[in-house]
Design a protein around this ligand. Structure first.
Ligand SMILES: C[S@@+](CC[C@H](N)C(=O)[O-])C[C@H]1O[C@@H](n2cnc3c(N)ncnc32)[C@H](O)[C@@H]1O
Length: 277
């Protein structure tokens, strides 16, 4: 009878016999099962490799030197997921408001950033938020609304080359029309006068080496500089981010609390939550 008991033990998922649902054609069924097997086993192999060869997921200290960080990410094989998130952010051009929006105004933020920013705003309580790249103004409005509900006294300055894109108004937001490829056009006196702490968010994806170099002069210890969308390695933004870090990185620490909240670099902003030392 022992042999029968062994036979009754549940088999691993990949060996389990699956039944073809009546609604599926046989070819569809095999394609579906095949892709599931590849998906599951690739994820398993990756998890094993990551466990033995990858960077440690959890840093012992929260603020870590830039040079101690790797560019590996828990999202490295999640192409399909990344594409789906991009679609939720940008929407289908022919179908009105994108699935993710704030009060009907699109916000081009991924789910990890959407979860992390409220925590960062609450913790930092920035007196000044500087957003580079406003798009329609959705993200500026979202942050200003959140800070209202948190009773944080703050003002958002959001830069955008195409002023007529902006769809929103809020007493604590100033939209500034400027071409960020010409950092000499920043109003330096105005920047110097803005109260700290600062939260600077780079989301224009233009000339970021020069722009971040300008802000490096003005940020104080404890201010944050967030560089978004560094997940896409073959962009000039990422090249410029590396260049910025190799020159100015020693003045910053990566906040691993926000960067690794959902796993090592499980964010669109790889090593992108920087706190000025
Ligand atoms: C990714 S979108 C910003 C999204 C917005 N921060 C959000 O989360 O919803 C980038 C914006 O940067 C603007 N931009 C592009 N080049 C620029 C430049 N040279 N100067 C200023 N803004 C620029 C674009 O017009 C676009 O609206």
């Amino acid at each position: 009878m022992a042999i029968l008991n062994i036979w009754k033990k549940p088999r691993p998922r990949s060996l389990r016999k699956w039944h073809q649902p009546p609604c599926m054609k046989r070819t569809e069924y095999f394609a579906y099962r095949g892709s599931e097997l590849i998906d599951t086993n690739l994820a398993y192999l990756r998890r094993t490799a990551r466990k033995f060869l990858g960077p440690k997921s959890i840093h012992k200290t929260r603020f870590v030197p830039v040079e101690s960080r790797s560019w590996m990410t828990e999202l490295s094989i999640a192409d399909q997921f990344i594409n789906d998130v991009q679609l939720a952010k940008w929407g289908d051009q022919n179908r009105g408001i994108p699935p993710f929006n704030w009060k009907d105004v699109p916000i081009l933020k991924d789910p990890f950033s959407l979860a992390v920013y409220p925590l960062l705003l609450w913790e930092l309580k920035p007196a000044t938020v500087i957003e580079l790249g406003a798009y329609l103004g959705g993200s500026a409005l979202w942050m200003a609304d959140m800070m209202d509900t948190m009773n944080i006294k703050s003002h958002v300055y959001s830069y955008e080359i195409k002023r007529d894109l902006i769809k929103v108004e809020h007493p604590n937001i100033t939209f500034i029309q400027m071409d960020l490829s010409k950092p000499e056009n920043f109003d330096h006196e105005m920047l110097k006068s803005l109260p700290h702490p600062w939260l600077v968010i780079e989301d224009a994806h233009v000339n970021i080496y020069n722009t971040l170099s300008v802000f490096d002069k003005y940020v104080n210890a404890g201010d944050y500089v967030i560089v978004e969308d560094t997940l896409f390695p073959d962009t000039s933004k990422v090249e410029q981010f590396y260049a910025f870090l190799s020159e100015f990185g020693s003045g910053y620490e990566v906040d691993s609390h926000y960067t690794d909240m959902y796993g090592y670099n499980a964010t669109w902003n790889l090593n992108g939550y920087l706190r000025k030392k």
